[in-house]
Design a protein around this ligand. Structure first.
Ligand SMILES: [Zn+2]
Length: 283
């Protein structure tokens, strides 16, 4: 069952909190939480014995050594829309802001799409770190209510990531800018930037954060979905945890100052950075 909880303070659109049933599809004025991924286990076990201990500074980190190299090269599947790309870039920019470091390096479009792969894990075999839309989600064998999933291969060390992919469930959801797009009779809207922020957390080495530990964390395992609903922020602890893996540089090292500067829900700051990134690729 999916846990139901009270509305978070930063949910921006007023609406009715609805109890979720797996086959229930809400209209846009309602809101409910959906499981984001069920992706807590890696292909090998985490090398971090403290991952599940909330009192440890290594809590909710599945790869304490991060990646074998940064920045991490990645490609977008060729069927992502311009808007989907911009919101993915914006989520990357927010994680980079949280560390003060360049973490991602765009290598252009992939010639493969999610539907070209036979199952969930086969997309890892090409050693390209890809972001894919899956219109045939059933083949991932994940339930329909799962919004997206991140998969990864560790290096020889279980605490370090070597390759990873993100797969988005576009068979059952419309994933894009929830402030702009509309639900249909059979598909609810999911905010790409909010979902990507969570999946990129896994991609970078973070695990789920229990809501009883930090209910503002983007790494909580569920997300409010629906028209107008976004969760585009990182909690203070999210920033601390990502810095535990990657360290910090410049202004990011003063977390108090950092969270006062730009970390609110509808900040255009990261979207503007993302648009510049897209234009850079074109030139
Ligand atoms: Zn997750």
């Amino acid at each position: 069952m999916i846990p139901i909880k009270l509305m978070k303070k930063y949910i921006i659109t007023a609406g009715m909190l609805t109890f979720l049933f797996i086959n229930f599809i809400a209209c846009g004025s309602q809101m409910y939480q959906m499981s984001m991924d069920e992706d807590t286990q890696s292909m090998r076990n985490s090398g971090n014995p403290d991952m599940n201990d909330p009192s440890s500074t290594l809590y909710a980190i599945h790869a304490t050594e991060g990646w074998t190299r940064i920045p991490i090269s990645f490609r977008f599947a060729s069927n992502l829309s311009e808007s989907q790309k911009i919101h993915l870039f914006a989520a990357m920019k927010r994680w980079e802001w949280a560390t003060g470091k360049i973490l991602f390096d765009y290598y252009g479009e992939h010639d493969k799409q999610g539907d070209d792969f036979t199952d969930l894990y086969s997309s890892l075999n090409d050693n390209i770190n890809g972001h894919y839309l899956d219109y045939n989600w059933s083949k991932t064998k994940k339930p329909v209510y799962v919004l997206a999933t991140t998969i990864w291969n560790n290096s020889r060390r279980a605490s370090q990531i070597n390759t990873a992919d993100i797969r988005f469930n576009t068979q059952n959801y419309i994933i894009g800018d929830s402030l702009e797009i509309s639900a249909t009779d059979d598909k609810e809207v999911v905010d790409m930037q909010s979902l990507a922020l969570h999946e990129l957390g896994h991609f970078l080495g973070l695990a789920h954060v229990d809501e009883s530990v930090d209910n503002l964390s983007i790494m909580n395992p569920s997300l409010y979905i629906g028209e107008g609903l976004t969760s585009r922020t990182l909690s203070r602890e999210d920033i601390q945890r990502i810095q535990t893996i990657y360290g910090c540089s410049g202004d990011a090292c003063n977390i108090n100052k950092l969270i006062k500067s730009i970390n609110f829900e509808d900040s255009d700051y990261f979207l503007d950075l993302a648009k510049k990134e897209i234009n850079k690729q074109r030139n």
